[in-house]
Design a protein around this ligand. Structure first.
Ligand code: SAM
Length: 276
């Protein structure tokens, strides 16, 4: 008898993965945490029933979330990761010659579970990494630090969910202030194919930034298989790969960087409307 995990993501949409074994099920103060071994994608982390990351395709998401912003900023020294408890984003950032990475995740248990079941994801022993357990919205109101890059790698801002405060106008205004003059913010965002309204919402909240662009990349286990990101830059044009990476990658490349900002007309129209 086969076992399937079905993920509800939007009304009238379900995604299923055949499960080899259930490895962990628990509930932290903030969310339900599950780790399943799947036939197709290896281990998968689910938070509140939504696939966050899988062994097989996480590199696609983490490389495209991190490297376009990092090369836009040229020589980032201090990076803030909002969320990112699975470790993948910080692993990619730490490949760059940065001085410090501050990762603020609200849920210690997610970090512990990922260190146990996804050891290849994080570079937790890197001395440049500082992990702070707390609400990133609170952190941003209290810190006096400034950052060259802010990477939003949280769960989705579903109503009354712990990530909701991360997508408010206040949060993005504070992020703008905490960024250095050449600073860059990048966030993962729901696919406009399913939720076109998200573009206008986000663009409005990023109104302080002179350069705001949507880009996309493949992530097979995310709804629709194509994921979107929004990058907001204070100074440099984020659509161009401004420097070569000094290490190998499996998804990101100069040409992928350029291509990711080429939008099909149905998306371009949504962005132009949001820019008005
Ligand atoms: N890569 C995944 C994705 O894009 O779907 C998300 C990675 S990570 C697992 C998401 C993290 O966001 C979780 O560990 C969760 O605890 C964290 N998170 C959610 N709300 C938060 C908040 N308000 N402050 C800090 N971390 C938060």
């Amino acid at each position: 008898m086969s076992l399937w995990y079905a993920q509800d993501y939007l009304d009238h949409y379900q995604m299923s993965l055949e499960v080899k074994e259930s490895l962990f099920m628990g509930k932290s103060e903030f969310q339900e945490i599950m780790v399943i071994e799947t036939y197709l994608y290896g281990k998968a982390l689910l938070l509140d029933g939504i696939v966050q990351t899988t062994e097989k395709d996480e590199f696609m998401y983490h490389e495209m979330l991190v490297h376009p912003a990092m090369v836009t900023c040229l020589s980032p020294s201090k990076v803030l990761i909002v969320g990112g408890g699975d470790g993948g984003a910080s692993r990619e950032v730490l490949k760059h010659p940065v001085d410090k990475v501050v990762l603020v995740d609200i849920d210690q248990q997610v970090i512990e579970i990922c260190q146990k079941f996804f050891p290849q994801l994080g570079k937790w022993d890197d001395s440049r990494l500082e992990v702070i357990i707390g609400d990133a919205a609170t952190f941003l109101t209290t810190t006096q630090d400034t950052f060259d890059v802010i990477i939003m790698d949280s769960t989705d801002p579903l109503p009354a969910h712990v990530a909701e405060p991360l997508f408010t106008q206040d949060f993005f205004d504070l992020a703008y202030e905490r960024l250095t003059p050449g600073g860059v913010l990048v966030s993962q965002m729901e696919p406009p194919f399913f939720q076109p309204e998200r573009i206008a919402e986000l663009w409005k909240r990023l109104k302080n930034f002179p350069l705001v662009h949507l880009y996309w990349g493949l992530v097979p286990t995310y709804p629709g298989g194509v994921w979107n990101y929004v990058v907001a830059s204070k100074k440099n044009d984020p659509t161009l790969p401004r420097k070569k990476l000094p290490f190998t990658t499996r998804y990101y490349s100069d040409s992928i960087h350029r291509a990711a900002f080429v939008l099909p007309p149905f998306l371009q129209v949504l962005v132009e409307k949001a820019n008005r």
